[in-house]
Design a protein around this ligand. Structure first.
Ligand code: FE2
Length: 371
């Protein structure tokens, strides 16, 4: 146990979406994920379907309603569009982690429960996060079946022509909240999960000519769990965080960053699999990168070819790139990240180039001018 809560790491992340089958096809193709488990009417679950997709150390659970009576999923999707409902932490003891969280101000949404079938049992509990999300404490050490009770072999037997992306595991999960809500949720995460504030971006740290945001990063002492929280700051135009809050209809998860140990191959293959990334930075970005003369292993012309961003910090550096929003609303997206030589930051040197790129898309959506 390397932290106060007995957290081993992020486990599954569950998305509530309009059509789980379509999302499953998309993730299998674009991320080269494997469809490994399924729950739905064929497994005795009448009002919803869920597909579990896995790839190396990451697990995404994609769920949609199949009956109008499933108010839980339908009301979420109606309000927010496709998005992240919950992220889970694999813990040594669900009861201990839950009790710790509740004692320290966690808002309970599900009390510890043992869910059993012939293959054993899993335990889980959950606390509230943001407007309509949850943090789940999960343990399936005593389960010998496929993922958890109610799941079995996927009924979707398809052969998808995909190129391996090499995506590995969740690096960090970011939330967007309203003005003046950042400290509230940063304190909540720190207290309930035993985390600490690692980085703070204040007024002027993250801004373009037109818009600004504030951000704090909380993380566990062993750095396994990292959760930035953003809030908008006053600017001439509507910031990307305000756009998210408006379009998502509330606070929620903005992006999930996934690691790779060869970002050039990963981005090259993700582009071939059909993923759309944020606009490539201008040539001057890469000319400046060359002039800086940093010691980086990658060929800068290759980074330029695939639009990958690079930021130096201390002895290390990080490489990253962001997808365009995944669903129909300009809300949730993914980040691909490679940390080199112990880099632990979030690419602050790239924030401006990135946010200007997002602003160009906001203008196209008609979401840049304030009402
Ligand atoms: Fe990020």
């Amino acid at each position: 146990m390397s932290n106060s809560l007995g957290v081993r790491g992020y486990h599954f992340i569950e998305f509530y979406v309009g059509s789980a089958k379509m999302w499953t096809y998309w993730l299998a193709k674009a991320f080269s994920m494997n469809i490994t488990a399924y729950s739905g009417p064929e497994k005795g679950v009448k009002d919803r379907v869920s597909y579990l997709l896995t790839k190396n150390n990451m697990k995404f659970l994609i769920t949609s309603a199949v009956k109008p009576s499933n108010f839980d999923v339908l009301s979420f999707v109606n309000k927010h569009g496709d998005g992240v409902k919950r992220w889970s932490l694999e813990v040594e003891s669900v009861t201990d982690a839950y009790n710790f969280a509740i004692k320290n101000g966690g808002i309970p949404t599900r009390r510890p429960k043992k869910i059993e079938d012939d293959f054993g049992y899993v335990e889980e509990a959950a606390i509230k996060l943001y407007d309509d999300a949850e943090i789940v404490f999960f343990n399936n050490d005593n389960y010998g079946g496929n993922f958890r009770p109610g799941f079995g072999e996927p009924v979707l037997k398809i052969n998808i022509d995909t190129i391996d992306t090499g995506l590995d595991k969740v690096d960090h999960i970011v939330g967007n909240v309203r003005e003046n809500e950042m400290d509230l949720w940063v304190n909540y995460l720190n207290k309930t999960l035993g985390l600490e504030t690692f980085l703070e971006f204040g007024v002027g740290d993250i801004s373009t000519k037109y818009s600004a945001l504030l951000s704090k990063v909380v993380r566990s002492k062993d750095k396994i769990i990292r959760n930035p929280v953003n809030e908008p700051y006053e600017g001439l135009k509507k910031s990307q965080i305000e756009e998210y809050i408006d379009e998502y209809t509330g606070s929620g998860i903005q992006h999930i960053a996934i690691t790779t140990d060869n970002i050039i191959e990963t981005i090259k293959n993700m582009r071939l699999n059909g993923i759309e990334f944020l606009t490539t930075p201008p040539d001057t970005y890469y000319e400046m990168l060359k002039e800086k003369g940093w010691e980086i292993t990658e060929d800068i012309d290759e980074l330029k070819k695939y639009g990958i961003l690079c930021d130096l910090e201390g002895e290390g550096y990080l490489l990253q790139l962001f997808t365009k929003p995944i669903g129909d609303r300009p809300t949730f997206f993914f980040e691909i990240i490679q940390r080199r030589k112990g880099a632990e930051g979030f690419g602050q040197g790239n924030f401006q180039a990135l946010f200007e790129s997002i602003e160009r898309d906001q203008i196209l959506r008609g979401n840049f001018d304030k009402e």
